[in-house]
Structures are given as C-alpha cells and as structure tokens.
Design a protein around this ligand. Structure first.
Ligand code: IPD
Ligand code: CA
Ligand code: CA
Length: 259
C-alpha cells in the first residue's frame, strides 16, 4: 500500500513541478492570503481518482473539497494537494503534496513530496521514517541550539499577536527562527534534522496528518500547544520538535499564557 501511494504521489507531483504559474488561474478563498490555483484542484482530482482505485473503500478529505466528511471507522485519506499554495502562486518553489492514510481515526501512513527537489518523505506507523529510501531521525538538539520554524496562521488573523509574541520568545531561547510557508514540509524537516522545532497556533488536519506520522516515526514529538493529542476532526495548534525542544517550547507557551 505504502509503495503504491508513494508512486501515485510522486507521479502527481509533476503537475506542480511543470506548472506554468504565469498562466495559472488563481482564486482567493477567505482572504487575499488564502488562495486556490487551478493546479491545487488538478492535483487533488488526480490524487482522489488514483487513490480511490487503490483503496475503493476509503473516504476522502481534501482541502479543496467543499465538504469535510468526518473521519469515521475504516479508511480515510486526508490530503493537502498543495501545502504552500502562496509559495506556489509566487513561484517560490517551496511546496509539497501531503497525503495521510487514516485507519479507524488514527493516521497509519504519511507521505509528503517536495516535487522541486524530488524529495519523498514517508512513514508507516511502527516502521520508521524515510527520505528517498534512507532512514531519517530528529536531531535531538535542545532548544538553545535549535533552528525553529513557525507558521503565521495566515487565514486566522486573531492569532497574529500571540504568534509573533511567541516567535520573539522562541527566537530569544533558540539559535534562530524560520518562516517557510509550508507546515507539512516544516514537520518533515524537523523529522530529518534540518530543523529542530516547529509551532503554529492554528492548522487544519490536512496540514499535519501526514507529517505527524513521519515526525513521530523519526523520534520527534508532536502535540497541540496545550500538550494534548492532535485531532483529525477539528483544527488544532501544533507543536512539533525533538523531545527536549518540544518540552521547552511548551514551557514557553505556558509561561506566555500565564502573562
Ligand atoms: C498553509 C501552509 C502555511 C501555514 C498555513 C497553512 P496551504 O497551507 O502550511 O505554512 O502557515 O497555516 O494553511 O494553505 O498553503 O495549503
Ligand atoms: Ca496546507
Ligand atoms: Ca493547500
């Protein structure tokens, strides 16, 4: 199953890599920051079609789908056709496809593909995490030596004050901070030790479902900012890091909330 999903995702990535963004139709959804391009739709349609042939009994949750079916018993694919759509629309070339396979409410497979670098991150629960065939692990660095990415929750502006206040606090305690524009890639980059931590105050399940399997299998820790389990049913904050940096990030957040 994992091998077949990987092949489908890699093949579909060509739509992103070969897209001529100067000619692509771009639509605003909830705001000028929240975009959907013709390529988002094309990628989602191709993934739905091909993955449905692979696992006909599965249901689908995709970002560009009008309805958001509940994750119930049985198999569900949770898909972000392009994570990093604003990057894609600017031809910034830092975006990915994110596909998670969930069984009875728990993610069991995660596949994240960066078509620009031909980097395929993947993991199956209990079997370790990999990048293009090689095992990956989190760095193990503490926060003082960590490079930490954060997301700006650009579609939910009520989080912006807390986001940037926390970013300043994390900057003070870490080596440096980054804002890349793709949460799914950030999680994979923590998984392979290019980054050591990541946080964002609100994300959707398709942003983190696949990355959470990859990160956990690589020895990282991922929870909400309140240190509870991530939900695949509702939107959630995300704190993901090496075990020691994770504890320190949660502590900064707790301290910040206590004022
Ligand atoms: C977004 C990206 C971004 C994050 C946003 C996400 P999209 O996903 O992951 O880095 O800050 O919160 O919504 O809209 O490009 O699929
Ligand atoms: Ca996304
Ligand atoms: Ca998206």
């Amino acid at each position: 199953m994992l091998t077949d999903i990987m092949a489908i995702v890699r093949e579909t990535g060509k739509l992103i890599r070969n897209a001529d963004i100067s000619k692509a139709a771009i639509r605003q959804k909830t705001s000028k920051r929240d975009l959907c391009t013709a390529c988002d739709i094309e990628v989602q349609t191709q993934l739905f079609d091909r993955l449905a042939k692979l696992l006909p009994e599965a249901q689908f949750i995709g970002e560009e789908q009008a309805i958001r079916p509940a994750v119930t018993n049985g198999w569900t694919f949770i898909i972000d056709p392009i994570d990093g759509t604003a990057n894609f629309a600017h031809d910034y070339r830092y975006s990915c496809i994110s596909v998670a396979l969930v069984k009875d409410g728990s993610p069991v497979i995660g596949v994240v593909y960066n078509p620009y670098l031909d980097e395929l991150f993947y993991a199956e629960k209990g079997c370790g995490a990999y990048l293009n065939g090689l095992p990956i692990h989190v760095s193990g660095l503490p926060l003082s030596d960590a490079l930490v990415a954060f997301g700006t929750s650009p579609y939910d502006l009520e989080y912006k004050r807390d986001t940037f206040a926390l970013a300043e606090k994390v900057f003070e305690k870490s080596q440096d901070i980054r804002r890349t524009g793709s949460a799914a890639l950030d999680l994979c980059h923590v998984a392979c030790g290019r980054l050591d931590g990541f946080f964002e105050l609100i994300l959707r399940p398709w942003d983190y479902a696949a990355g959470s399997v990859i990160l956990t299998e690589a020895g990282g820790v991922i929870t909400t900012m309140e240190n509870t389990e991530l939900s695949l049913v509702k939107d959630s904050s995300v704190c993901a890091a090496t075990p020691s940096a994770h504890a320190e990030l949660l502590e900064i957040y707790r301290h910040y909330n206590e004022g």
